[in-house]
Each structure stands twice: as structure tokens, then as C-alpha cells.
Design a protein around this ligand. Structure first.
Ligand code: PEP
Length: 251
């Protein structure tokens, strides 16, 4: 079965509640016009409730930008998977490079978050990616393999079948530098092969692998034409309605 494309917008630490609702409503209208692809938006925590209510009955999915692993407890500053369920939020970005680099989140923590999300019916969008130094030192595949393996440690094939993976080279995030379509396809094919060896062929064929890193209206079509690129995780361009609408409507 062909994988259904998924275009996700990560709004990071931007937008007031009113601005988020306004953008979400416009995005949901565009998404409603496409029945062959999924659209996801990830507002900041402060706007999750309002955005979830605003797009609740449309085809647009909401994701949080992170999620804790426990249901409740002494975890100041964290939001639990059951709290997201309570808001009607079905997905969560986990392991974004900004979490890993700025907030020192480890693969172990990412793994706990992935398992906590899955245990509560939240679909993880697991982000992995190499830094420029790692790419230049020829360590790209080694780094990605270890981030993926550790992020999914202890997950069964059945659990893994439900996740979304986002390959986001750190050097391409917010820099305007995109991986070429050949570079991205090479990595995506490698990751799918790795998932096939570690789990099963049918599982690896089912998992959607998104590309993220300066995806824009002018490069989305060629990226999406690659056989193993199943979607995009978009930062900067997701905050501009016209740009994100064009990305959703990739050709
Ligand atoms: C991101 O934050 O996940 C991202 C890919 O950002 P940008 O599109 O701005 O590079």
C-alpha cells in the first residue's frame, strides 16, 4: 500500500493564541481540500487547547512539540501524554534537535517519551538528524542509526508501525540550507532499510519518513518526488500561510 503523504508544520515558540487559531483555521481549510495527504500542525502548548477546538472536526491533526513519559507527578514544566489526550491532541513531536541541543535531551529521554506517547495512544513524530560536523566526519549513518535504535529501544514491531520518523539534518534546520533531494533520498532509503532489518519489511514499508530542514515552496516538489520521502516537517515556512499552503499542495 502506498504511504499517505504527511505535511507537518512546527510552529515552535511562536504565535499568540489568537494568531495560532487564525492560522490553524486557514490551514484546516486548505487541508480540507486535499483528500490524499495528511496535514499536521504543532502549535506551542499555550495554544493547543484553542487550536484543537478550532480545527477539531476538520481533517487537520494537531501535534504537541514534546510530551512527558509519565501520566502525572512531580515533573515541573512537563506536559503528560494523558493531558494531551484530554485536549484531543493525537500526535507529538519528540526528539527535535532543538530539544536535544538546547535542552540536552538524551536518546534515553527521547526513548522514554516515545514509549510514554505510544502507551497512551499518541503517535510520536520521532526526529533524528546529524550535525554538520558529524556529516563532514562521515558519521551521518552511524549517528542516525544510533538515534533511531536508541529512540525506539524496547519498542515492538507493532508499536513501531504506528510512529512517524522525521529526518532533520541539524545543519539544514532554520539555515536556508536544504539537503539535496539526492542526499535526503539516500538517508531515507537507508533508514527504511535499517527499520526493515530491525523490525519487519511490512513495518518498514508502512512507516512514514518525513524530511525536515528548510523545506520551502520552491523545493518541496522535488523532495516529495523521492520514493522514500513521505512528507515534510516544516518550521519557518509553516508560520507563513501562503508558504505552508503551497507546501501542503505539493505537486
Ligand atoms: C524544524 O524546526 O523542524 C524545521 C525543519 O525548521 P525549518 O523548516 O525552519 O528549517
Amino acid at each position: 500500500m502506498p504511504r499517505r503523504p504527511l505535511i507537518a508544520g512546527n510552529w515552535k515558540m511562536h504565535l499568540s493564541v489568537a494568531q495560532a487559531v487564525e492560522l490553524a483555521e486557514k490551514v484546516a481549510e486548505v487541508a480540507a481540500g486535499c483528500n490524499d495527504r495528511d496535514v499536521v500542525i504543532a502549535p506551542p502548548f499555550t495554544a493547543l487547547d484553542a487550536v484543537s477546538k478550532a480545527v477539531g472536526k476538520t481533517s487537520t491533526f494537531i501535534a504537541s512539540q514534546n510530551v512527558a513519559w509519565e501520566k502525572e507527578g512531580a515533573f515541573t514544566g512537563e506536559i503528560s501524554p494523558t493531558m494531551l489526550v484530554d485536549l484531543g491532541v493525537p500526535m507529538a513531536i519528540i526528539g527535535h534537535s532543538e530539544r536535544r541541543q538546547i535542552f540536552q535531551e538524551s536518546d534515553k529521554m527521547v526513548n522514554l517519551r516515545v514509549k510514554g506517547a505510544l502507551a497512551n495512544g499518541i503517535v510520536p513524530i520521532l526526529c533524528i538528524g546529524e550535525t554538520l560536523g558529524q556529516r563532514e566526519a562521515d558519521m551521518t549513518f552511524k549517528v542516525l542509526e544510533s538515534q533511531l535504535a536508541e529512540g525506539l529501544e524496547g519498542c515492538t514491531s507493532e508499536m513501531v508501525g504506528d510512529i512517524v520518523v522525521a529526518y532533520e539534518p541539524v545543519w539544514a534546520i532554520g539555515t536556508g540550507k536544504t539537503a539535496s533531494k539526492e542526499q535526503a533520498q539516500e538517508v531515507h532509503a537507508y533508514l527504511r532499510q535499517f527499520l526493515e532489518e530491525k523490525y519487519r519489511k511490512d513495518i518498514a514499508q508502512k512507516i512514514r519518513i518525513l524530511y525536515g530542514g528548510s523545506v520551502k515552496p520552491d523545493n518541496v516538489d522535488s523532495l516529495m518526488a523521492q520514493p522514500d520521502i513521505d512528507g515534510a516537517l516544516v518550521g519557518g515556512a509553516a508560520l507563513k500561510f501562503e508558504s505552508f499552503a503551497r507546501i501542503i499542495n505539493f505537486i
